[in-house]
Design a protein. Structure first.
Length: 215
C-alpha cells in the first residue's frame, strides 16, 4: 500500500466533487455471458461459484481504480486485494468472511473451499479479516433470483470506498447463458467508463477460462 498525492492521483477533481455529495456511489447492473465458463467448470469438476469469485478478484487486481481506497482526506493504492465474501450459515442466515488472495487458481480454490465451509459452520456473523480492513473486494451472490438491479448497503458517514460485486441466477437462453452482475463503487474513484472496463475484462475471463483456471 502507498499513498497517492494530488499529482499522482488522476481523479483529484472528481474525488473532491463526489466526496461532498449526499450519496457518493455509482452502480451498474449488466449481463455477462457464462456459458463457456460453466461448460469448462462442469468438464473439469470445478466449482463455478469459486471460479467466479476468483475471476472477479483477479480482474480487480488488474484495475488500479479497484485498488484505490479513501483514507481520511487522501487516497491509498493497495498492491493486492483479498476476496471478501458471504456464506450461508446452517441457520439460513448470512455470514461474512474473507479469502486471502492467492494468484494460483489451485491455491485460491483450496483456500476458498475451506474458508467458506468454516464460515457456513460458524455461529458468528464476522469471520476472517477484522471489520474495517479495506484491502478487500466485497462479493455476494443471490443464486435464487434473476435481477436487473440490486442496491447494496453502503455506509454514509464516512462513505466506503470498497467496491461491491453481486451476481444472480443464471438465465439460459438457448445456447447462451446470461448472468446478471452488479458492481457498486464510490463515484469519486470511478465513473461509468471504469465500471464498463470491469465488465469488459471479466467477460474476457469468462470467455477463455482455460487461460486462468489452471496453474
Amino acid at each position: 500500500m502507498h499513498y497517492l498525492t494530488p499529482d499522482t492521483f488522476p481523479r483529484q477533481q472528481q474525488f473532491d466533487h463526489y466526496r461532498n455529495v449526499a450519496l457518493p456511489y455509482v452502480g451498474i447492473c449488466a449481463d455477462v455471458e457464462v456459458q463457456t465458463l460453466l461448460a469448462h467448470c462442469k468438464a473439469h469438476g470445478v466449482s463455478a461459484y469459486r471460479a467466479i469469485l476468483y475471476a472477479c478478484t483477479l480482474v480487480a487486481q488488474e484495475l488500479p481504480w479497484m485498488r484505490w481506497r479513501i483514507r481520511e482526506d487522501g487516497i491509498v493504492e493497495h498492491e493486492r486485494l483479498d476476496c471478501a465474501v458471504t456464506a450461508l450459515g446452517e441457520d439460513q442466515q448470512v455470514r461474512f468472511t474473507s479469502i486471502p488472495w492467492q494468484s494460483s487458481w489451485s491455491q485460491f480454490n483450496e483456500a476458498a473451499q475451506q474458508v467458506l465451509a468454516n464460515a457456513s459452520a460458524s455461529p458468528n456473523l464476522y469471520n476472517g479479516e477484522p471489520e474495517g480492513t479495506d484491502n478487500l473486494i466485497y462479493h455476494s451472490c443471490v443464486p435464487w433470483l434473476r435481477f436487473t438491479q440490486m442496491v447494496q448497503p453502503m455506509p454514509m458517514a464516512p462513505a466506503c470506498s470498497v467496491p461491491r460485486i453481486m451476481w444472480g441466477k443464471y438465465d439460459v437462453q438457448g445456447e447462451r447463458t446470461l448472468m446478471p452482475l452488479v458492481i457498486q463503487a464510490h463515484h469519486g474513484l470511478a465513473d461509468g467508463l471504469h465500471l464498463a472496463q470491469f465488465f469488459e475484462r471479466l467477460q474476457d475471463k469468462f470467455s477463455a477460462p482455460e487461460q486462468w483456471l489452471s496453474d
